[in-house]
Design a binder for this molecule. Structure first.
Ligand SMILES: C[S@@+](CC[C@H](N)C(=O)[O-])C[C@H]1O[C@@H](n2cnc3c(N)ncnc32)[C@H](O)[C@@H]1O
Length: 377
């Protein structure tokens, strides 16, 4: 039954423009992946902030992959803008502020080295930059609605920021109460539409409920906000985006790394070859040759799969990557997926790197951010 629901979820999700921002802390990825000039990375793109952020390390090759063409097209645009817009001010205007006076003229020259379908995509979707890219998509739409319903804005966030973390929950509790009281919010949060907007399929929903010992997704969402409130709110770009629809433009570290001036300067000189693949991870790995990639950045794709499919995918990754290949994965669970599916003879978890990465991940969406090294195939 769950497998059937997730097949319908996947078939629907790939047609929906959900995310304009990657809801993963790519600063953590840059710290733990250990890329160098010989690295060849296969990376699930999502909205592409992480893929664009890898360019600063000058790996030999990045293959970005996603089953959702909206997300992959946005990732391709972020990569092209990072490499080709030499003016940092213009680059930041486009992807930091998410708006541009003449997006069609700015986007057109960025398309020259990208697959033809990406060019066609942006020739009809450049209007997303007219108002605010980050208010677009299903996730952006939900966030706008949430802001309007509970009445939070940048001033509220700055007030919260000035309070000691321990006092913030008291300030937030009337807001949590109004969210829980609002029947439209309560209803929508517990529907498949909300799961689509949050990028959480039914398998991951169950994992989320178990990990948070929660009865409903509403409980998961409020628990997540409570955890987020304890973080450094000045630089937490996920909180800023959710509560204001903007990054905190007053702080240079309050944006995903690819949007920072130093990272952009490094990326402009990247010799990296980049490919874009509109297909599934399972499909590309089935046709891959051993040693094709040294690093695999999976987002939380494993969470979308039942245990037997997780085991199969991890076995294939070990075979393709070979000994010493690195796999980066996020999960809402706090268990070690490799141990749970019985593959500890193929992988070692890199520690203390993984535990530190899990603590540092500022989305507070995941129980674990784990880095595995292949030990045997
Ligand atoms: C797993 S989703 C979850 C949301 C994610 N945490 C984020 O912030 O984008 C991330 C991306 O993985 C893609 N995806 C899911 N399963 C995939 C698969 N088997 N192969 C390739 N991409 C996949 C989705 O289309 C989506 O763009």
């Amino acid at each position: 039954m769950a497998a059937l629901a997730d097949r319908a979820f996947a078939a629907t999700f790939k047609h929906v423009f959900t995310f304009s921002l990657l809801y993963e802390d790519s600063e953590v990825d840059n710290r733990v992946l250990g890329l160098d000039a010989h690295s060849r990375v296969l990376a699930v793109s999502g909205a592409g902030c992480g893929v664009a952020g890898l360019l600063a390390a000058h790996p030999a090759r990045i293959d970005a992959i996603d089953t959702n063409p909206h997300h992959l097209a946005l990732a391709a645009l972020k990569v092209a803008a990072t490499r080709r817009l030499t003016s940092y001010a213009e680059f930041y205007q486009l992807l930091g502020r998410g708006r541009h006076g003449d997006p069609e003229r700015t986007l057109r020259p960025l398309m020259t080295d990208l697959p033809a379908w990406v060019g066609r995509y942006w020739s009809t979707n450049h209007h997303r930059f007219r108002h605010n890219l980050y208010a677009e998509g299903l996730a952006g739409t939900f966030q706008r609605w949430l802001r309007r319903t509970v009445g939070v804005d940048a001033d509220f966030l700055r007030t919260l920021q000035r309070l000691p973390p321990a006092d913030r929950l008291a300030r937030l509790s009337p807001i949590f109460a109004s969210i829980k009281r609002s029947w439209p919010l309560r209803t929508v949060v517990n529907t498949p539409l909300f799961l689509l907007g949050a990028g959480v399929n039914f398998e991951q929903r169950q994992r989320n409920l178990r990990a948070n010992r929660a009865a409903t997704m509403m409980d998961v969402v409020t628990a997540r906000f409570e955890r987020l409130a304890q973080t450094d709110l000045e630089t937490n770009w996920f909180v800023w985006m959710a509560l204001t629809g903007e990054f905190n433009h007053d702080h240079p570290g309050a944006v995903p790394p690819y949007l920072r001036a130093e990272s952009h300067r490094l990326a402009l000189a990247a010799p990296t070859e980049v490919g874009f693949h509109r297909e599934s991870l399972q499909r590309i790995l089935a046709d891959a040759t051993p040693g094709q990639w040294s690093h695999f950045s999976l987002c939380d794709v494993l969470d979308w799969l039942p245990s037997d499919a997780q085991r199969h995918l991890l076995q294939r990754l070990a075979r393709v990557g070979g000994p010493s290949a690195v796999v980066l994965t996020r999960s809402v669970e706090d268990q070690c997926v490799v141990d749970r599916v019985g593959l500890s003879h193929l992988y070692e978890r890199v520690e203390p790197t993984s535990s530190q990465a899990s603590d540092q991940e500022r989305t507070r969406l995941y129980g674990r951010v784990n880095v595995y090294r292949v030990t045997s195939t």
